[in-house]
Each structure stands twice: as structure tokens, then as C-alpha cells.
Design a protein around this ligand. Structure first.
Ligand SMILES: [Mg+2]
Length: 362
């Protein structure tokens, strides 16, 4: 029996540029990505790579992988990944069904799927049963600039590069209106407000945004798991999207009916195993999942493989920034708003060892 020989985690902190050199209303708040790579090696010498969401707590996620997850899976078979994932959820549920615990499980799950596909000599899409497509439409996901002039410049730049849709992270009406004027009428426009509003504030803003022909408004209310509020706000005639703050297919079974576009994140929701179940829920509900994927490590590559494999697929989220360095060799970047899916093996990710060394958190 081939078993798990080792599980290692690498915490990274990567500076990035957001392309805007003009004046800002406040200093740049978000200047670095943090993430945790998960490396699994099996007893037959195969290696798989995964990624666990970290945002600003890479050391904590690193500890969750190495101290909570790794000891439970050492010596276990590499074969039945969903069963191992479920067992980890059961054994660790006292540490949470959302958040760092599931992020760590997600990283392991992705690494095991990568390893399984490599051992089969296939891309992950082929290993899952075949690919429906070899390129995916992507939208440019802009960081928050907080000023109409900056939004206009960067949204216009993304539109000129051929993206079929542009997503802002702006709760301010004038910023969203500047985005629409920059991209014109034929390009999709979304805004993600990251749970900024109360339900009454959201109702007022969504109604105000309606004439801007939004493809969706994302995460309008706090808390993000107030699905009844999302259900009521969905009646206002503007499509809503949410899901990056939901983990596991069970949680998406509660969320999916409340929004037009469920947004599973492979490095948060429970890895490939849970993502596949979430996508099936979306299809059964007649909805298109729009993957949350503002990251550039193995999670990005896994998202591309899932998008290639699934019968129904939405736009891939591409975080419209430039990191200091790419974590993976030959990362497939959007060209004219589309990303070519790497042929594998596995998810297709090969780390750049020098980059890992340089940006590793001690
Ligand atoms: Mg979002």
C-alpha cells in the first residue's frame, strides 16, 4: 500500500504591485500576499502540492497544517482522498468547521489530488474523468483603490487588455460608476464589498447600483452567513454572489439557493473533494459557480484544472496585480481575458525553489 510519507508546509509572504502610481486617499493597506504551500510525499516517491488560505495569518495556518493535520495522516493510504478529508473534518471539528482548520485540510486535500493525478500520469482534469475545455474565461479582480480616478484608470487598463469582465472591490457608488464608465457597456462589471453593509444599507446601495447593470454584487452584508438576508436582497433585481467565506458542501447547501452565483474557494472550502461536491450542488440548483481564486500558488492551478473538468464553469477570478515573483514555474496568465489550462501532470504546478527560499516566512 502506498502511504503518506511526509507532509510539509511552507509559509510565504509576497509583496505585490497594484499598477496604480497616482495619488491615493489613504496609504496602500494591502501590500503583501500571505499563503501556505503544502507538500505531500508518498512512500513511492511521488510529490503533490496544495495550498491553504492564509491572507494575513500564514504562521497560524502553517501550524494548523503541521501540528493539527500532518500527525493525523502520517502513514495513511493516499488512495481515498474524500474519505480522509471527511475523517479529518470529524477529528478536528472541535477546532472549527470554518476557518484555519478547513483551510489546512484544503491544502492537504489539493496536494493529495495532485499526487494522485501524477501517479496516474494524468492532468487532474483527466484524472477526474476528462476535460471539457482547455482554456477558461477570466475576469480581472481589482484590489480596492478607494478613489474614482484610480478605479477608472485601472479598470480601463484591464478592459483594454481584453478581459470580458472586471470586478471592483469598491463599496462607494462613485467608484463603481467610474468603473462602469471606464469599461463601457459591453464588459461585465461586478463589485465585491467584502461584507461592508447592514441589510438596510445593502438594500439601498443595491437599488442604487441597479442602473449600472452589474453582473453581480458580491458579499453585500455582514455576517456573510446571514443567508436569509442574502435571499431577501436577491429579490431586488441585481444578481448577488457569495461563498468565499463558506467552507464545506454542507454549508453551500444552505448558501446556494440564496444567491445567483455561489463562489467556492478551493483553498478554503475543503480542497478539490469539497469543491467537486459544491459544483454539483450549484449545477443541481441551475446556478453557475464562480470560483474564488485570488491567489497564485497551487490553488490557482487546481482551480484551472477544476474549471477544465467541470461540465459547467464560470469565470476564473484573476487578481489583477503583479507579485514580486511567481511561486510556480511557467504560470499560465490571462491573455485577452482567457487562461490556457496547463496539461499537467497533476495540477501542473512546479514550485520555483529560489522564490520559495526568498519569500519564505521564518
Ligand atoms: Mg470576494
Amino acid at each position: 500500500m502506498v502511504t503518506i510519507k511526509s507532509v510539509d508546509a511552507i509559509a510565504l509572504r509576497m509583496p505585490f504591485d497594484d499598477f496604480y502610481a497616482g495619488p491615493r486617499p489613504a496609504p496602500r493597506g494591502w501590500t503583501h500576499f500571505e499563503t501556505v504551500l503544502v507538500r505531500v510525499e508518498s512512500t513511492d516517491g511521488a510529490v503533490g502540492w496544495g495550498e491553504a488560505f492564509a491572507y494575513s495569518c500564514a504562521r497560524a495556518v502553517h501550524a494548523a497544517v503541521t501540528e493539527m493535520v500532518a500527525p493525523l495522516v502520517a502513514g495513511r493510504s493516499v488512495e481515498d482522498i474524500p474519505a480522509l478529508n471527511f475523517e479529518l473534518q470529524k477529528r478536528l471539528h472541535i477546532q472549527g468547521r470554518y476557518g484555519i482548520t478547513i483551510f489546512a485540510i484544503s491544502g492537504l486535500d489539493i496536494a493529495l489530488w495532485d499526487l494522485a493525478a501524477k501517479r496516474a500520469g494524468k492532468s487532474l482534469a483527466d484524472h477526474l474523468g476528462g476535460a471539457h475545455r482547455d482554456r477558461l474565461p477570466a475576469y480581472a479582480s481589482l484590489v480596492r483603490y478607494g478613489a474614482p480616478g484610480a478605479v477608472e484608470e485601472i479598470a480601463g487598463r484591464a478592459a483594454a487588455e481584453g478581459y470580458p469582465a472586471v470586478k471592483l472591490h469598491e463599496p462607494d457608488f462613485d467608484c463603481v460608476a467610474a468603473g462602469r464608465s471606464a469599461v463601457g457597456a459591453s464588459i461585465g462589471l461586478m463589485t465585491d464589498v467584502n461584507c461592508a453593509w447592514t441589510e438596510p444599507e445593502a438594500a439601498a446601495m443595491i437599488s442604487r447600483l441597479k442602473p449600472l447593470d452589474m453582473m453581480w454584487v458580491e458579499e453585500p452584508v455582514f455576517p456573510p452567513d446571514d443567508y436569509e438576508a442574502l435571499r431577501r436582497l436577491s429579490q431586488l433585481g441585481v444578481p448577488l454572489a457569495a461563498g468565499e467565506n463558506a467552507c464545506t458542501a454542507l454549508e453551500f447547501s444552505r448558501l446556494t439557493g440564496a444567491v445567483a452565483f455561489p463562489q467556492p474557494s478551493v483553498i478554503k472550502a475543503g480542497g478539490v473533494s469539497e469543491f467537486l461536491a459544491i459544483a454539483a450542488l450549484a449545477t443541481a440548483a441551475g446556478k453557475t459557480a464562480m470560483p474564488h481564486s485570488p491567489y497564485f500558488g497551487p490553488g490557482y492551478w487546481a482551480t484551472l484544472q477544476l474549471g477544465a473538468h467541470l461540465p459547467e464553469t464560470g469565470f476564473v477570478e484573476f487578481l489583477y496585480t503583479r507579485p514580486d515573483a511567481w511561486i510556480g514555474e511557467n504560470i499560465p496568465l490571462p491573455e485577452a481575458g482567457h487562461i490556457a489550462v496547463p496539461p499537467g501532470p497533476g495540477i501542473g504546478f512546479t514550485p520555483d525553489a529560489a522564490v520559495l527560499d526568498r519569500y519564505r516566512l521564518s
